[in-house]
Design a protein around this ligand. Structure first.
Ligand code: IFM
Length: 412
């Protein structure tokens, strides 16, 4: 049964970040991973958002967003098993209150790829008591900020986490193990389920979901029946299965959408990121396909749940390209809404330039540019464009999107 608190919540026009990516390193497995030489660049202080959030929220207000998706850093909250930092919890409460003071709806992510070092050392989500330990952390979060926050994502991109950490071994703990890759999904699911019930017991009106990274899969060779078959299987395994399994414990489906990939039956598990002749690529090497977002949103209609675009964005130094990307993807959202997809919010990734995991600081995703030497922030023209779109829509849905970038407004 679909539920959305319609009377009180306008369309959520948001921006998104995650703790490690904007706060920098701390006592977590990623910092350890960086320190042991697995990545070219360390997160260090990143964009110092932990301390500079007051300045950042003023910029968010200038962009005109009415929602912010951010993650809480478990390792800061529980640096040692069972020892919770009052100071950190108070910090996140003050930050959340400050958002509300700016009339910005908080959406909290509870797990966004990083783990406290102690938990990672004990096997992470393979710990026999993982779901109890995760729930204990979630309970502390609810005690600290639950009265201020209606929207929660329990786990960010479970399938990406499974693939990068246990399938390809590029993220901590660096395992390449098909069995673990297969098993981690059910471990994450039980953590999600316990967190869901814990949040609801504190706050029955909370809206809880998962942010799913959805990839639009295409057969590498459209004439190959095997490639076409592979696209369908991989679509089910990567995009649908987890949503299906969590459907009774989700109030909305979070969609993180960036790109299309190609399935080639000769290497079943590793789709091709882009074709050699692709002309338009982001700085991540990803192809740009806004029309596929419409298709993915329509494919979720049968779940009969509200949808939130919990992430969509582009890494580029070409801000005109960013503006076109935003317009084209929002137009796809609008078309999907007009065909019955219940999209209730859109969060641009990312609010600020940030640490892009193994790719370090090179990719620039932000509506707000960051000079990492001086920590100076600059609103990009795409931020002004986003403001104009938000203003023109007044929180209504279906959304309306202007066809062209137009002239950037110089002052807000
Ligand atoms: O930066 C990441 C984020 O942490 C999860 N979703 C995809 C983004 C871009 O790669």
């Amino acid at each position: 049964m679909m539920f959305w608190p319609q009377d009180t919540i306008p369309f959520l026009w948001g921006v998104a970040t995650s703790s490690h990516q904007v706060e920098g390193g701390t006592d977590n497995d990623w910092t350890e991973w960086e320190n042991s030489g697995h990545v070219a660049e360390k997160s260090a202080d990143s964009s110092l958002h932990y301390h500079k959030y007051p300045e950042d929220f003023q910029l968010f207000s200038r962009i005109g967003v009415n929602a912010y998706r951010y993650s809480l850093e478990w390792s800061r909250i529980e640096p040692e098993p069972g020892q919770f930092s009052r100071q950190t919890l108070d910090h996140y409460r003050a930050m959340t209150q400050s958002l509300l003071d700016h009339h910005i709806e908080p959406l909290i992510t509870l797990h966004h790829f990083t783990l406290p070092k102690w938990f990672a050392k004990q096997g992470g989500f393979f710990h026999p008591e993982a779901s109890r330990l995760f729930e204990r952390y979630v309970k502390k979060v609810m005690d600290a900020v639950g009265d201020l926050v209606r929207f929660y994502v329990t786990i960010n991109e479970p399938m990406v986490y499974a693939a990068m950490s246990y399938g390809m071994g590029q993220w901590p703990p660096g395992h390449k193990n098909l069995k673990e890759f297969w098993q981690i999904g059910s471990k994450l699911l039980s953590c999600h389920q316990r967190a869901y019930h814990r949040i609801k017991s504190h706050r029955p009106d909370a809206m809880v979901g998962i942010a799913n990274h959805l990839l639009a899969f295409s057969p590498y060779d459209n004439r190959s029946r095997l490639d076409r078959f592979n696209a369908r299987i991989v679509n089910y395994l990567f995009n649908e299965r987890f949503i299906q399994q969590a459907r009774n414990t989700t109030d909305f489906i979070g969609v993180n959408y960036y790109s299309q990939q190609y399935t080639d039956h000769r290497h079943f598990w590793t789709p091709v990121v882009h074709k050699p002749n692709a002309t338009l690529l982001t700085d991540m090497g990803w192809e740009i396909h806004p029309e596929r977002l419409e298709e993915l949103l329509l494919a979720l209609k049968h779940f009969d749940k509200p949808l939130l675009i919990t992430e969509n964005g582009i890494a580029t130094n070409d801000d005109i390209l960013r503006q076109q990307f935003i317009l084209d993807h929002l137009a796809a959202v609008s078309r999907a809404q007009n065909q019955g997809a219940i999209v209730r919010g859109y969060f641009y990734w990312s609010a600020l330039d940030n640490f892009e995991w193994v790719d370090g600081y090179r990719p620039r995703f932000g509506l707000i540019g960051v000079d990492y030497k001086t920590q100076e922030r600059t609103l990009r023209d795409s931020a002004y464009l986003y403001r104009r779109i938000i203003d023109a829509n007044q929180g209504q849905w279906p959304i309306n999107v202007p066809p062209k970038p137009g002239q950037p407004a110089s002052a807000l």
